[in-house]
Design a protein around this ligand. Structure first.
Ligand SMILES: [Zn+2]
Ligand SMILES: [Zn+2]
Length: 176
């Protein structure tokens, strides 16, 4: 058998990809397989295309993540403003003999913080490792209600909300 590229040379093997006979000068050992230079160039090209595609996919996924996180942040403010306004209006309707202005002010701030941190508490619990472990499993409805109505707001109130909010802000900042 003679080399496909050099008819005067004896072949030492065949290209593992295209099957052409190759002489010792043409054959290249790539990871234990013989390949011709044409096939090596094609393989490199394919690899480059694959890497480019992978990069585009990762980039698209990252942008989607940032958009999703932005939406979550926006909704936290919408819910806080809407519920906060209802609450403040209700508070201010209360007669001053019952609630002083200072009390109303303090209560408004506290309740607005509770609303805001409740929302972020849900996200904190749902995204934490133990939260995923619990929510990923089949649990009774009663336990689920306790978790959502008690654990999530508590976790949010005592710093979990701020932690999650700052984390999400960082994702948006780094993604832009
Ligand atoms: Zn080949
Ligand atoms: Zn050759």
């Amino acid at each position: 058998m003679k080399c496909f590229y050099h008819p005067d040379q004896d072949a030492v093997g065949m290209c593992a990809r295209c099957g052409k006979a190759l002489c010792s000068a043409c054959a290249e050992d790539v990871g234990g397989a013989l390949l011709c230079s044409q096939c090596i160039a094609l393989l490199r090209e394919e690899e480059a295309v694959r890497q480019e595609q992978e990069f585009v996919e990762v980039e698209a996924r990252r942008r989607l993540d940032v958009r999703h996180v932005k939406k979550i942040i926006l909704w936290s403010w919408i819910i806080t403003v809407v519920l906060g306004t209802i609450l403040v209006v209700a508070l201010w309707k209360e007669r001053e003999e019952v609630l002083s202005v200072a009390d109303k002010f303090f209560m408004a701030i506290l309740w607005i913080y509770i609303i805001w941190s409740w929302y972020w508490g849900f996200i904190f619990v749902a995204n934490s490792r133990w939260g995923r472990k619990i929510f990923g499993r089949e649990i009774s409805g009663c336990l689920m209600i306790i978790l959502w109505l008690f654990v999530a707001p508590c976790a949010g109130f005592f710093g979990g909300g701020i932690y999650k909010y700052l984390q999400y802000r960082k994702i948006v900042k780094e993604g832009e």
